[in-house]
Every structure is written in C-alpha cells, then in structure tokens.
Design a binder for this molecule. Sequence first.
Ligand code: ZN
Length: 163
Amino acid sequence: MHLTLPEFLAHAIALEREAAERYLELADMMESYRNDEVATLFREMVRFSRLHHDEIVERAQGIALPQLRSWQYRWRHPPEAGGDEAFDRGLSAYDALRYARENEFRAQAWYGSVRIAASDPELRRLAATFAAEEATHVQALDDWLARTPRPSVAWQIDPYHED
Ligand code: ZN
C-alpha cells in the first residue's frame, strides 16, 4: 500500500482513536458482566491507544491531513460473531478478546504493508515502529485468549486459527 506521509499519519490517528473507542465499549461491557480482569486489560488498551494517538497527533503538527472514510479504519466483527449486530447480544470475554485481537492484527498487517511499499525512509521507519507496537498488542491478546475459556457452542469452526 503506497501512501504519502500525511495519508499515513491521518490513518494512524484514526486507527488509534477507533481502538480507544472500541476498547472503552468492551471495557464497559466486561465490567457489566463483573469480569474485572478483562475490563482492566481493555482499560489499559484504551490508555495505550490514547497515548499513541496523542504522540502521532504531535508528530503531525503543521502537516495538512487528508479526510478518511470510516471503512478505512473502523474495527470489524469477525463474520461468525454476527457482523455488525454482534454488540446487540452480550459478547463473552473470549469473543471480546477475539474481536480485539483480529482488529489489532489487521492494524499490524496494515502497518506492515505500508512499510514494505514505502519509499520515504521516515514513513518506512514510522510504519515499522507502529507494526512492532501492534504486534505486542496482538501478543498480549493471544496470551489472554490462551487462558480464557471458550464459549461452549461457538467457534467449532475457526477460520482464524493459524497453525
Ligand atoms: Zn494496537
């Protein structure tokens, strides 16, 4: 994906803002289920996303940023979780972690593809840094998924299983 630095910064800012908003929703949801452990994790992710957002905004000072369309940065539900209707019912902690994990992975893959295509060294450096950061988020969520019980009925067919 070949982007200019302003396009990249606009996208990164939107991704972090989106992540903070989704994690806040997930944290509130987990809190309402009295799942304080996972709620705490999601609140930490809100904090990291906001910090990162503010750093990128700072980096973008004085640069005119393009407008983006929401489909370019919105989080998506895994198809088996019911698409955009998924939040109408309660998500289990496992499903919530899975949802976050898939979207962190999309962000990581996106930064990685920008890095590969970038000819500007500064853009390549930023994309590599952000991809590495998203990789640590994916790993953190994978660690939680490994110790979170799966819901009994769902996930028998698992299109995301990677090994
Ligand atoms: Zn992330």
